[in-house]
Design a protein around this ligand. Structure first.
Ligand code: PLP
Length: 382
C-alpha cells in the first residue's frame, strides 16, 4: 500500500476523512439531498442571493445582448488588458470602503495569499490571530517573512509579541479576520488599530464573513477605522464569486506589479464581474433588506441559545456548537440530518484538535420559529 492509501485509511480511522457532499438542488434556505428537503445550515450564502432565481433572471435580462455576457476573460488582466466593468467594480468597492483604490482577485484564497506574500517579505514580521483562515496562514508561509501567532482575540498577548519582536524587523504586518469563520466571534478592530499605530505596523483585516452580512452597512466591520488593507470575498453574503483588496493607491499599484496570484491567473469572467457590480449598485436596497432580516434573526437566535443554556462564543450569524470528539460530532450531524437539517460536522484540521463542532450558519430567509425548533433539537442531542 502506498503512503497515500495509508494516510487516507488513517483519516478514516480518526473520523477525519472528507468527502464532497452531493447536493441535488439548492433552493433558497433549503437543499435537496436524496430527495429529502433539508434546512441548509451549512451555507455562506448569508443573504440567500446565490439561489434567488428572480434576481438571476432579472440580471440575465440586464446583460442580454451585451459584451458583459461573456463566460471567459481568457487571460490575466495584465496580459491582455481589462474590460471596463472590472475598473467600474473596483471604483464601486473603493468608494464603498472609502479607500483610494481596489483590486479584484479571483478568490479570497488567492487574494489573501497574494496580499500577504507581497506586502510582507524576508526581513519582515507578521502577527496573526491563531484562528485566522488557512488562506492567511498559507500567505504567511509563502511570504518568507517570520511570523508569530497570538492567542485568539488576545490583544495583551499580541502586544507582548509586538514588544518583544517588532524592533528586530523592517516592516510588521498585523492580520486578523473581522468575523471569525469557525467561531463566529468578532475581532476588536479599534484595539488592533491602536496597536498598529503604537508599534508602527500595517493592519490587514479579512472581512470575508462580514462583507454584506451583519455589518452596519455594506463595508464590513472596519468601516470608518484606520485599517490599511481590507480583503473580502464576493463568494459568501454577496452570492457571487471572486474577491478584492482595498487600500491606498500605492499598495494597490504594488499588488498589481508584484502579487503573483493576481498576475499569473486568468481573471474572473466578465459576466460574473457584471453580476457583482449589478448587485452592489442596482440591488443595494434588496441587499440592505436581506441584511436587516438576517440581523434580526441573529439577535433572536442568540437570545434563544442563552435561554436554552447552550454555550456559544458566537457574536454573529456563524454559530458554532463545540462538541469536541470527532466521532460524536459526526454522529450528531447525522442525527440532525435525519430530523431535516443539513449541518456539516467541522473537524480538524479546519478547527483545532478536540474542538470538532457543528457550525450553524444562519441565512436571511430562515424563519425564527424553525431556528427555535432546531435549537431544541440540538439541545436534545448534545
Ligand atoms: N477568508 C476567510 C476568512 C474565509 O473564511 C474564506 C473562505 O472561503 C476565504 C478567505 C477564502 O475566500 P474564497 O472562498 O473566495 O476563496
Amino acid at each position: 500500500m502506498n503512503n497515500f492509501d495509508k494516510e487516507l485509511k488513517e483519516l478514516k480511522q480518526k473520523h477525519s476523512y472528507r468527502q464532497i457532499p452531493e447536493i441535488e438542488e439548492k433552493s433558497g434556505e433549503y437543499v435537496i439531498i436524496d430527495d429529502k428537503k433539508l434546512l441548509n445550515l451549512s451555507s455562506n450564502d448569508y443573504l440567500n442571493i446565490s439561489t434567488n432565481e428572480d434576481l438571476a433572471k432579472e440580471f440575465m435580462q440586464f446583460v442580454a445582448d451585451s459584451p458583459l455576457s461573456q463566460f471567459s476573460s481568457a487571460s490575466a488582466r495584465l496580459l491582455s488588458g481589462t474590460s471596463t466593468v472590472y475598473r467600474d467594480l473596483e471604483k464601486v468597492l473603493a468608494k464603498l470602503f472609502k479607500k483610494e483604490a481596489a483590486l479584484i482577485f479571483n478568490t479570497g484564497y488567492q487574494c489573501n495569499l497574494g496580499v500577504i506574500s507581497t506586502v510582507a517579505r524576508k526581513g519582515d514580521i507578521i502577527f496573526s490571530d491563531k484562528l485566522n483562515h488557512a488562506s492567511i496562514i498559507d500567505g504567511m508561509k509563502l511570504s518568507e517573512a517570520d511570523f508569530r501567532r497570538y492567542k485568539h482575540l488576545d490583544y495583551e498577548h499580541l502586544e507582548e509579541l509586538l514588544k518583544k519582536y517588532r524592533k528586530k524587523y523592517d516592516k510588521a504586518l498585523i492580520v486578523s479576520e473581522s468575523i471569525f469563520s469557525m467561531d463566529g466571534d468578532i475581532a476588536d478592530i479599534r484595539k488592533l488599530v491602536e496597536l498598529k499605530k503604537k508599534y508602527n505596523a500595517i493592519l490587514m483585516i479579512d472581512e470575508a464573513h462580514a462583507f454584506c452580512s451583519i455589518d452596519d452597512n455594506m463595508a464590513g466591520m472596519s468601516e470608518g477605522l484606520d485599517v490599511d488593507i481590507i480583503t473580502a470575498t464576493f463568494g459568501k453574503a454577496l452570492g457571487s464569486f471572486g474577491a478584492f483588496a482595498v487600500s491606498n493607491k500605492t499598495i494597490i499599484n504594488y499588488l498589481i506589479n508584484k502579487a503573483r496570484s493576481f498576475i499569473f491567473s486568468t481573471s474572473i469572467p466578465p459576466i460574473n464581474i457584471a453580476w457583482t457590480k449589478w448587485l452592489l449598485t442596482e440591488k443595494k436596497d434588496f441587499i440592505l433588506k436581506q441584511k436587516h432580516k438576517l440581523s434580526t434573526l441573529v439577535i433572536g437566535a442568540h437570545k434563544y441559545l442563552v435561554s436554552s443554556d447552550i454555550d456559544t462564543i458566537s457574536e454573529s450569524q456563524i454559530i458554532p456548537v463545540v462538541i469536541g470528539d470527532d466521532e460524536r460530532t459526526v454522529k450528531i450531524a447525522e442525527n440532525l440530518r435525519s430530523l431535516g437539517y443539513f449541518i456539516l460536522p467541522i473537524r480538524p484540521p479546519t478547527v483545532p484538535p478536540n474542538s470538532s463542532r457543528l457550525r450553524l450558519s444562519l441565512t436571511a430567509n430562515m424563519d425564527f420559529e424553525s431556528i427555535k425548533v432546531l435549537i431544541n433539537n440540538i439541545k436534545d442531542e448534545v
